[in-house]
Every structure is written in structure tokens, then in C-alpha cells.
Design a protein around this ligand. Structure first.
Ligand code: NDP
Length: 596
């Protein structure tokens, strides 16, 4: 057999294995398999970091811009508005501070998995240089606070505040934002930057509510129970048998830290992640001082180009992510045999790395992932695989089926009971569900029509941001919008766009704007034109949140994002702004509004 024939035979066998592994994991309940943190599970959603006794008087006020969400999207929007001199702004968040995901995710080992020099926004504006290539969560959280302080956002923030509904007032031409603290904010413009992965979910394992030991979700880490902190050892785990459910990006980071301290750790796996080399390192001061103005945007764009398979010249970030696409620019849309063979070689390397690090052969075998590399978000970590060699760590592989049952004091997998004191759910966040469900409140637009009703047939937007019937509203999400491996890059661009639009309205006396139905339909056709190979790629992938648990529903076609390269999407927004006519948008000026 020639080398080519051997490679083809290996590819054929591997594809059959990928397919069989996918079949094992397909479930009829798809995304319905998860439980949200309400009712019985309400306590899982409690904020362990904020003052539980916090009280304040209700706020009733008029404001130019209300921003819902103080995570990267909301923070950047407020900062960009401040740079344009628009400071009559209010930011509302259920958390006790700015930071979004970096407020909530304080689990041990949390760090950015995208290089911090391109992930942490506004480094040039704040004059800050991260201490490491992959900064740890407390440093990123502190950077969010730095941005908020620099742009004077703290006295504009309403924290520990849950929005209950937002309602457009036809007569006043204002949004009214109502909250659980009795606030009534009347805003001319509304930005909803609720985050795409912010609503924690639990697996719907039978008996999950019966467990009498301690349990919590990774995004609500209970250091009172574990002891320690994001940076200090969790001494109170020394006499605890702990189960960590899930092996996604979060658990890969948290697992080695729990393993260091727990009496015993059971890592419960449904689908293994790919875990490549992290090679984190301190920032080189000489490199930092050599940076020229404009360096961060250049570096962000360089990375985004590379991971979209576009020509970018030198690979400035040069890490695991950029190398995947450097070797296989079409890693997200494999369609030729050549691309398949490159992906196979990359996955063979991932599997060989496991084999070379994990000493127990059965554990090593079970940790091997069988799918195309980009089917799940790739992970990079240098302590995760070695931690399986510790005597106090057991991999509980569920053969793709998940935990069978939870009892008062144990979890059961394949008929075997594992008694534990504590269950930590690294089970991820709601995505791909309805917009209202993820947001947690309803949006009522013109004539009191809810977004749920207006979008009953699927979302309709211009650029994924503006929606007809919902004047002066700007949504930061991935529905019909751009998708990014570096989420901070996408948020930076959306914040630029929304702040420009608001500034234009103020400058030109535009009181109300909303897209035309024709522009929304044309945008949807642009999205359809970009579906191509990427959607096909995900359709054949192992189930996960990238493909609605393997059940991509053709009736949800209107939820598709812009599948083309992010920088093409960004260019569409830039061209639209440069054109200056607000093409596809109906506007009402001050005079018309006054006459109403
Ligand atoms: P994921 O959704 O990626 O992982 C959830 C895990 O729970 C999966 O391993 C899943 O298995 C498992 N699971 C679900 N149900 C069961 C069950 N019934 N029994 C056993 N296991 C189960 O969530 P993460 O929180 O890990 O990551 C979410 C995202 O957050 C990442 O993909 C990444 O985008 C982001 N992130 C970003 C970071 C950054 O620095 N930018 C850092 C960390 C996370 P299965 O795979 O079979 O579904």
C-alpha cells in the first residue's frame, strides 16, 4: 500500500469512528436536556461574591443611553460613548461590579484562553500591559474595573439589579427599563449587551435535586466551602471527595487546581476536549516597550484574519489557536480530502500527546477525542493531562452518555456508584435557546409588541444589531451578527458601531431609528449567502453548544450568524458608517417627533 493509500485508509476508518462517537452522543432532547437555575435550582444562581444585604432606593431618571450588561460588551459601549463625549449613560447589571464573565468566573485556574494582549480590550487607551501571555481571571477582572474607573462609569452603574422588562413608550419615544429594585429608567437609546454565555445551566441528570452534599456551578464558585481563593490553595477540600462534571474549557482549567487539594477527585467526562500545549509565559518587558501606537488593533486583526483562514502575513500571536488555522486555513469548513488529512494529522497529534503524558493506558484511551478539531472549542493547558497521573484523581468516563443518576450522596455511572461530598458542575452556559430565555426579560417594542411575538418566525435584524419595531435599540449578540474566536474583538467592533450610531443621532437630531423590513430581509439573504461550508461542517460534528447539541433545526435558520470572516462583517459595518446615509434605516427627526 502506498503512503497515500495508507493515509486514505486511515482517514476512512477515523471518519467511521467519528461518526459512531457522534451517534452515541445524539439525544432526542437536544438543548432541552439542561435545567436552568430557577425554581428548585435557584440557589445555584446566588451571587457568592456580592453583599447579600445590599439595599438602595429605587432610581427614577431620564438618561440618554441605558446599557444592560456591564461585561465586555456593555463596558466597551459605555467607554466608547464616553470617548465621544456622551456621558449621560446608565449601566445595569445583576452582578456586583463590572466584568461580566470575569466577575462571575472566579473558579480556580480561570484564565483567558485567547492571548491576553488581544483579549483584554483598550490596553493602549489604559496604558496597561498584561503580566502574562494568558492572564489569570483576577487580572482580567481588575482590568475591567480599570476601564470603568478611567471612563467614570462607576457612578453610572446600577449593580445587583435585575432588569424585569424593557418597554418602548410610543408617545414619549423613550425606552422604559424596569428592574427588581423598583427602578424606572427612561432612555432615549438602549443597548442590550447581555452576553452570549452568561446563563449557567445544569445537566438534567435524574436525581440532581436529591443530592444532600455540597454542589455548585463553576461560575458561582463557593470558596467558603472549598477554602482558598482564585490564587490560593483550597485547603478545605483536603478531606473531601469531589466530582467535577464536564470537561469543557472551564473544567480543563479548574481540574488541576482541585486535584492538588481534594482528598479524591472524580472527573466526569461525557466528551473529551482537545487539550494542546498552553506555554503561558510572563510578558517580556523589552517587547512591551517596543510596541508602537496602534499595535493592539493590528495584533487583534492579525489573529482574527488567521483564524478565519485569511492571508495575514506573519502570525503575531503564534499560539495553539492561530497554529490550527495556520496549518489548515479551512479548519472550520473542511470539504476536500487534503483538508481532511490535515485535520486528521492534527487530531492524531492531540491523541498522541495524551498517550505520551497519561500513564494509565485505559485513562489515556478514554481521554482521546474523536471528532474534527474545531467541532468543539479547542483547549490548551499544560497541567490538565498530567493531573490524571495523580493517585487521588479518577477519570469517570461515561462513554458519551453522561451521568446516569445522582443520589443523596453519590453519582452513578454505568451502574457504578461514586460516593462524593461535593459535586461541581462545569456544565456550561445556555446558548442557542430563545433570546428571551437567555436574557431573562422581555423586550416590548412599538405598540407593546413583544420581541418573542415579533420574532416568532425567527429573528429579523439589520447587522444582527437593529430590529424593526424596536426603535433606538442596539443588540450585542451573535444572532445574525458576526462570530468571533476572540469574543473581545467582536465586542470592540460592536461598541464602535453602536457608539457611532448614537453620536450620529444626537448630532443630526434623529429622535428615532429602526431598520426597514426590506433591509432586514436583504441582510438575511446576505447571511444565507455565507452559510456554505461552515454550517455543513458543524452539522456533522459531535454534539455540543456549537451545533445545538447536534440537532441543528432547519426552522431555526433565521438564528444563523454571519458565517463569513469576522473582518468581512466588520468591513460591512465600516462601509455602512462611511456611507453615512444610514442605509436601510428609517429615521424620525426632532421636528417630526415634536409634531407627534
Ligand atoms: P462547555 O459547554 O464547553 O462544557 C460543558 C461540559 O459539561 C461538557 O464537557 C459537557 O459534555 C459536560 N456535560 C453536560 N452535560 C453532562 C452530563 N449530563 N454528564 C456529564 N457531563 C455533561 O462549558 P464550559 O464552561 O467548559 O465552557 C464554555 C465556554 O466558555 C467555552 O467554550 C469558552 O468559549 C468559554 N470560556 C472561555 C474562556 C476564555 O478565556 N475566553 C475560558 C473558559 C471558558 P459534552 O461535551 O458531551 O456536551
Amino acid at each position: 500500500m502506498s503512503d497515500t493509500e495508507a493515509a486514505r485508509a486511515s482517514l476512512c476508518a477515523t471518519k467511521a469512528k467519528y461518526s459512531a462517537e457522534r451517534e452515541k452522543r445524539l439525544r432526542s432532547d437536544g438543548t432541552d436536556q439542561y435545567r436552568d437555575l430557577t425554581g428548585l435550582f435557584e440557589d445555584f444562581d446566588r451571587d457568592p461574591y456580592a453583599d447579600p444585604d445590599f439595599q438602595r432606593d429605587p432610581v427614577t431618571c431620564d438618561t440618554e443611553v441605558a446599557i444592560i450588561g456591564g461585561g465586555l460588551g456593555g463596558l466597551l459601549a459605555a467607554a466608547r460613548l464616553a470617548q465621544r463625549g456622551i456621558t449621560d449613560v446608565r449601566v445595569i447589571d445583576k452582578a456586583g461590579d463590572f466584568g461580566g464573565t470575569w466577575y462571575w468566573n472566579r473558579y480556580p485556574g480561570a484564565a483567558c484562553d485567547i492571548e491576553s494582549y488581544i483579549y483584554m480590550p483598550m490596553l493602549e487607551e489604559t496604558g496597561y500591559i498584561p503580566t502574562e501571555k494568558y492572564a489569570k481571571a483576577p487580572e482580567i477582572f481588575a482590568h475591567c474595573q480599570r476601564i470603568a474607573k478611567q471612563f467614570g462609569l462607576y457612578d453610572k452603574a446600577l449593580f445587583q439589579t435585575l432588569v424585569q422588562e424593557v418597554r418602548w413608550q410610543d408617545d414619549a419615544g423613550r425606552w422604559e427599563v424596569s428592574t427588581n429594585r423598583g427602578d424606572k429608567l427612561r432612555a432615549r437609546f438602549l443597548i442590550i449587551a447581555g452576553g452570549i454565555l452568561h446563563k449557567a445551566k445544569l445537566p438534567g441528570i435524574p436525581g440532581v435535586e436529591t443530592f444532600k452534599g455540597k454542589s455548585f456551578h463553576t461560575s458561582r464558585w463557593d470558596y467558603d466551602y472549598t477554602g482558598g481563593s482564585p490564587t490560593e490553595p483550597m485547603a478545605k477540600l483536603a478531606d473531601k471527595r469531589v466530582a467535577l462534571i464536564g470537561t469543557g474549557a472551564t473544567s480543563v482549567q479548574a481540574m488541576p487546581r482541585v486535584a492538588e487539594m481534594a482528598e479524591h477527585l472524580f472527573v466526569v467526562q461525557r466528551t473529551p476536549s482537545t487539550v494542546g500545549v498552553r506555554a503561558n509565559r510572563p510578558t517580556d518587558p523589552a517587547w512591551a516597550t517596543s510596541l508602537q501606537p496602534g499595535w493592539q488593533t493590528e495584533r487583534m486583526e492579525n489573529f482574527t484574519r488567521i483564524v478565519a483562514g485569511q492571508e495575514a502575513g506573519a502570525d503575531l500571536v503564534d499560539d495553539g489557536f492561530s497554529r490550527i488555522f495556520g496549518h489548515n486555513p479551512k479548519a472550520l469548513q473542511i470539504s476536500t480530502e487534503e483538508e481532511e488529512l490535515i485535520d486528521l494529522a492534527a487530531m492524531e497529534a492531540v491523541r498522541a500527546r495524551i498517550q505520551s503524558i497519561v500513564t494509565d493506558p485505559a485513562t489515556a484511551e478514554a481521554l482521546k477525542p474523536w471528532y474534527n478539531q474545531m467541532c468543539k472549542r479547542p483547549c490548551f493547558h499544560d497541567d490538565y493531562l498530567p493531573a490524571f497521573n495523580r493517585p487521588n484523581v479518577t477519570l469517570v468516563d461515561t462513554g458519551g452518555k453522561g451521568v446516569e443518576r445522582i443520589t443523596e450522596d453519590a453519582l452513578v455511572v454505568d451502574g457504578v456508584s461514586y460516593p462524593v461530598d461535593c459535586i461541581i458542575y462545569g456544565s456550561g452556559f445556555e446558548t442557542g435557546t430563545g433570546y428571551k430565555s437567555r436574557l431573562g426579560f422581555e423586550i416590548y417594542g412599538r405598540g407593546g409588541v413583544s420581541m418573542t411575538d415579533a420574532w416568532a418566525g425567527g429573528p429579523a435584524t439589520l447587522h444582527g444589531m437593529l430590529a424593526r419595531g424596536f426603535p433606538n435599540l442596539m443588540i450585542f449578540d451573535q444572532l445574525q451578527g458576526g462570530v468571533a474566536i476572540n469574543f473581545a474583538h467582536l465586542m470592540t467592533e460592536l461598541a464602535n458601531h453602536a457608539s457611532w450610531l448614537i453620536a450620529q443621532c444626537i448630532e443630526q437630531g434623529i429622535e428615532e431609528f429602526e431598520p426597514t423590513a426590506e433591509a432586514q430581509e436583504a441582510w438575511f439573504h446576505t447571511l444565507l449567502g455565507k452559510i456554505g461550508a461552515q454550517a455543513m461542517f458543524f452539522a456533522q460534528c459531535t454534539p455540543g453548544y456549537f451545533n445545538a447539541e447536534g440537532r441543528m433545526d432547519p426552522s431555526a435558520i433565521r438564528q444563523i450568524p454571519y458565517f463569513g470572516p469576522l473582518l468581512d462583517f466588520v468591513q460591512i459595518l465600516r462601509d455602512w458608517r462611511a456611507d453615512g446615509t444610514l442605509e436601510g434605516v428609517e429615521t424620525h427627526s426632532t421636528q417630526e417627533a415634536t409634531a407627534r
